[in-house]
Design a protein around this ligand. Structure first.
Ligand SMILES: C[S@@+](CC[C@H](N)C(=O)[O-])C[C@H]1O[C@@H](n2cnc3c(N)ncnc32)[C@H](O)[C@@H]1O
Length: 229
């Protein structure tokens, strides 16, 4: 893209990021530090396992084009880039300026050619049918329901026919027990996500659960995988 066009495009994305009704996170490296602390001392490694399971569900192939929506600090995108290799393409979008800055720094340190951009799920800055796989990890509970619907329509637009969508989210607070119910306020009812994905026209919609281990504050999680027809 010409640099003037790129400048206009990034100004538009920043304006959309300011207007979104999604809950935008800040923190950059502090988000990662908190994630590491929780996973090590409270979640018994389940947070890391959740990311691995999400990427495994997509069955990424070398050379594929991947989008991570609500990518935060880019940890999942880094794993995806490793799997698709140099022939592939990985893009991460998030409205959080600090999250994108930190994601870019992490990718640069690892020499990973990932494009991190400020952007929002409701207006993805990509042409139709650009990606083989779209991920959304732990971000659906950051959106009100109308925005989830709008975002899923956008994801369907940017996926190629036959492309895969993989969503992971914490379980809804009311579906958890013990310490896990107290730990994190956010979460989704996974059958509700499955219904929204079907309503957006996806096919072969499947759901999986990840139970919290005993004596852990991990909230439990669910995954939805679906295909664009
Ligand atoms: C809990 S974080 C998850 C980040 C990352 N996917 C992960 O698993 O660590 C949720 C992310 O959703 C982002 N978000 C909020 N509203 C959004 C929107 N409208 N479009 C895209 N991302 C959004 C937040 O800024 C935040 O980084």
């Amino acid at each position: 893209m010409h640099s003037f066009a790129r400048h206009l495009h990034s100004e538009a994305s920043e304006a959309q990021a300011k207007e979104t009704k999604g809950l935008v996170l800040k923190g950059g490296w502090r988000y990662d530090l908190m994630g590491w602390f929780c996973d090590t001392f409270l979640f018994r490694g389940k947070f890391r396992e959740l990311g691995q399971r999400t990427v495994n569900l997509a069955r990424l192939q070398p050379g594929e084009q991947v989008l991570d929506v609500g990518c935060g600090t880019g940890t999942l995108a880094l794993e995806a880039a490793h799997r698709v290799g140099r022939a592939g393409r990985v893009v991460g979008v998030d409205p959080g300026k600090e999250q994108i800055a930190h994601a870019r720094a992490k990718a640069a340190r690892r020499n990973a050619p990932i494009e991190f951009q400020i952007g929002v799920i409701e207006q993805l800055p990509f042409p139709d049918q650009s990606f083989d796989v779209v991920f959304s990890t732990l971000m659906m509970h950051h959106l009100p329901t109308p925005l989830k619907r709008q975002g899923l329509t956008e994801i369907a637009r940017v996926l190629k026919p036959g492309g895969r969508l993989v969503i992971a989210d914490f379980k809804h607070k009311q579906e958890r027990q013990g310490q896990a119910a107290r730990f994190h306020a956010g979460g989704s009812r996974i059958p509700d996500l499955e219904a929204l994905v079907s309503d957006a026209g996806f096919q072969q919609v499947e759901m999986e659960e990840m139970q919290p281990p005993r004596f852990s504050a991990f909230p439990g999680a669910g995954f939805v995988r679906a295909y664009k027809s």
